[in-house]
Ligand binder design. Structure first.
Ligand code: HEC
Length: 184
């Protein structure tokens, strides 16, 4: 009699444990979950980190004289380096398939020559290879920028800026405003 009770208890515990582990399995995501849209990643991550790099080095000539702007202190170099690393890693975010925009933004575009998010989505789905190629190009030039910040070479950092702009622009011209020619 006692043995039966024990068996019952043990199988009851086994049942509870297996149910719980199944629950945990179904609660855990199968992989990374994209939350932001392409538009949000551009606005919140890609654009601000690229701006850090674009604005890091400049020469301004005015009545007051020539002002050379460049990172000088450890903190200033650290900030630019973070911008470069953010841009490198933002490329990885763009490889993970994600919506171009939220459903309620499906038909919003700022200018008539821009494709709508729905149209952009179709283009990406039809040619993911080209999308990823542009992303990898961005990652490659951002990695060059990262190296110039590690070497603390302001001239090289300035020069790589042009290549970054090209990487942005070539993707925008294919996927965002293929009917238009203008800087982003
Ligand atoms: C792999 C393709 C790709 C690359 C590379 C890329 N973009 Fe974009 N970007 C897009 C697409 C697609 C949109 C349009 C999304 C939408 O409909 O809002 C966009 C939109 C934007 C926007 C507008 C976001 C808004 O608020 O509506 C900005 C700003 C932007 N990109 C900046 C950049 C910069 C700066 C770079 C380079 C450092 C860059 N992008 C590289 C694909 C790309």
């Amino acid at each position: 009699m006692k043995i039966f009770r024990w068996l019952f208890l043990i199988s009851a515990i086994a049942l509870v444990v297996s149910c719980r582990s199944q629950q945990q399995q179904s609660a855990a995501p199968a992989g990374p979950v994209p939350v932001g849209t392409v538009r949000e990643v551009m606005r919140g991550i890609v654009d601000p980190s690229a701006d850090v790099l674009f604005n890091a080095v400049s020469t301004t000539i005015s009545a007051a004289g020539v002002e050379d702007r460049q990172p000088r202190t450890d903190e200033e170099w650290e900030l630019v380096q973070r911008g470069a690393l953010t841009l490198v890693e933002a490329a990885n975010l763009l490889v993970l398939p994600r919506r171009v925009a939220h459903p309620e933004e499906e038909n919003t575009s700022a200018a008539p020559e821009e494709l709508t998010p729905a149209e952009i989505q179709k283009k990406i789905d039809a040619n993911r290879e080209a999308w990823v190629k542009h992303v990898l190009q961005l990652q490659s030039v951002a990695t060059q920028a990262l190296k110039t910040t590690q070497a603390r070479d302001p001239q090289a950092l300035f020069d790589v800026g042009e290549h970054i702009e090209k990487a942005c622009e070539s993707c925008h011209m294919e996927f965002w405003y293929p009917d238009d020619v203008r800087p982003f």
